[in-house]
Design a protein around this ligand. Structure first.
Ligand SMILES: [Cu+2]
Length: 437
């Protein structure tokens, strides 16, 4: 649901255009805002040069108004409430109603003007990460401009010179403001839409929070020990699936604004890193991968052909990043009868959660603190998925309209193509002579 001077909804652009027209006499572009965590369909450009729009995972693209050939956007830095996944909401700072803020999409060569209004309780600024721009537009408070004080609106204006994948985030009290969720995606499309075409173009930010079980607001002085690992401030099973039709060319652009690296892994397919922070990679420089590490502050655009129908996991390969809020420093208790022990400890330590084995049994019957996600959760066609955090599913289907981004449900695997239970006698193990074990 889009809130405040609300725009969008099902009818989307028509409403947005009408509201923008109404405000055309005002100095500032209309503020478009949402409190939705649903993935909005790609926003086809209503004016300017054509391009194939991106889909922001659990997010949306910011509409603009065209004024004398300049694309004008209005970002509002403000406190927001983000549902991390059903059962947990976080009190964050973001832009235009959500964290991350809306994706900004422009075309190479566009002149862009961005109004930034500060509704926070402290100063801020916006840095346009990776862009070629005049030094005074780079957004480092104190270095390139005065900080934007609460209540003030600043204007940034530059030409989007290079096609590629970018991010935006504050460069003022940065540790606090990024720990609170202030960040967004930026895509500059090629002037020639025939260059590097894809059928689906997904974007997501890697972000992380330190939110104690039972609380709502992130700690802002945490350096490394975060416990909520997210794609666009959503943790599995709150993450939207990415969908594609069999044979489509798919691009996934990932930016990392956490404080550690993330080896991002796709199942069942090889991809190439077609874009980095600095732009598109020359085709001759690409090699096939199934995992690519994305360092702090980096952006990567991976591309592949959706070659096999199915529900393919897409996740960070650090296994503690596919978990939700967790306890640490717990000894290995595999093989121990944990239920009774865990109950006794939980009676003494409110919020105690065991990270040992048998998680699916543990999380079923231990009460969780309020506003806390189970550590390993989600269920699929065949049972518990036991994942959280930076995890979602790439859903590839034989029949799907090219503009359909809705969740198609779980994959119906053809009969005889699923791992199955062996019900006969287990085959005898063959041993080397003399090896009795
Ligand atoms: Cu990770």
């Amino acid at each position: 649901m889009f809130t405040r001077r609300k725009l969008f909804s099902g009818a989307g652009l028509a409403v947005a255009a009408a509201a923008a027209a109404k405000s055309a006499l005002a100095a500032l572009p209309e503020i478009v805002s949402t409190d939705s965590t649903a993935m909005q369909p790609p926003l086809s450009p209503p004016n300017g040069r054509p391009y194939h729009a991106v889909a922001t995972l659990n997010g949306w693209t910011l509409p603009w108004r065209m004024r004398n050939g300049v694309k004008e956007f209005h970002l509002v830095a403000e406190p927001v409430i983000r549902e991390i996944a059903p059962g947990m909401k976080a009190h964050l700072w973001g832009y235009n109603g959500q964290s991350p803020g809306p994706t900004i999409e422009v075309v190479e060569g566009d002149r862009v003007r961005i109004f930034v209004t500060n509704r926070l309780s402290e100063h801020t600024s916006v840095h346009w990460h990776g862009q070629r721009l005049p030094n005074g537009m780079d957004g480092v408070a104190g270095l390139n401009q005065p900080s934007i004080k609460p209540g003030q609106t600043y204007v940034y204006e530059f030409v989007a010179q290079r096609a590629g994948t970018f991010m935006y985030h504050p460069h003022a009290d940065e540790t606090t403001q990024m720990a609170m969720g202030m960040m967004g995606f930026w895509v500059t499309h090629h002037k020639d839409p025939r260059l590097m075409p894809v059928d689906r173009d997904y974007v997501l930010l890697l972000n992380a929070y330190d939110i104690s079980p039972g609380s709502y607001t992130p700690k802002v002085s945490t350096m490394l020990d975060f416990n909520v690992w997210t794609f666009n401030s959503r943790a599995f099973p709150g993450t939207a699936p990415m969908v594609a039709r069999l044979g489509e060319r798919v691009r996934i652009r990932v930016g990392n604004l956490t404080m550690t690296n993330h080896p991002i892994h796709l199942h069942g397919h090889e991809f190439v890193v077609a874009g980095t922070d600095g732009g598109w990679t020359p085709p001759g420089s690409r090699w096939p991968e199934v995992t690519t590490d994305i360092a702090v502050g980096q952006m990567r655009a991976i591309e592949f052909t959706a070659a096999a129908a199915g529900d393919w996991a897409f996740h960070c390969h650090k296994s503690h990043h596919t978990m939700n809020g967790m306890s640490h420093n717990v000894p290995n208790s595999l093989g121990a009868a944990q239920d009774a022990l865990a109950r006794q400890i939980a009676a003494l330590v409110p919020g105690y959660m065991n990270t040992g084995g048998a998680m699916s049994e543990m999380h079923m019957d231990l009460p969780l603190p309020a506003n806390t996600l189970p550590m390993m959760t989600g269920s699929g066609r065949y049972g518990d998925i036991e994942m959280g955090g930076m995890f979602t599913v790439m859903k590839i289907r034989e029949r799907l309209a090219h503009d359909d981004y809705r969740d198609p449900g779980w994959y119906n695997a053809p009969a005889g193509s699923v791992a199955y239970l062996w019900e006969g006698e287990p085959p005898a193990a063959e041993r080397e002579p003399g090896n009795s074990k």
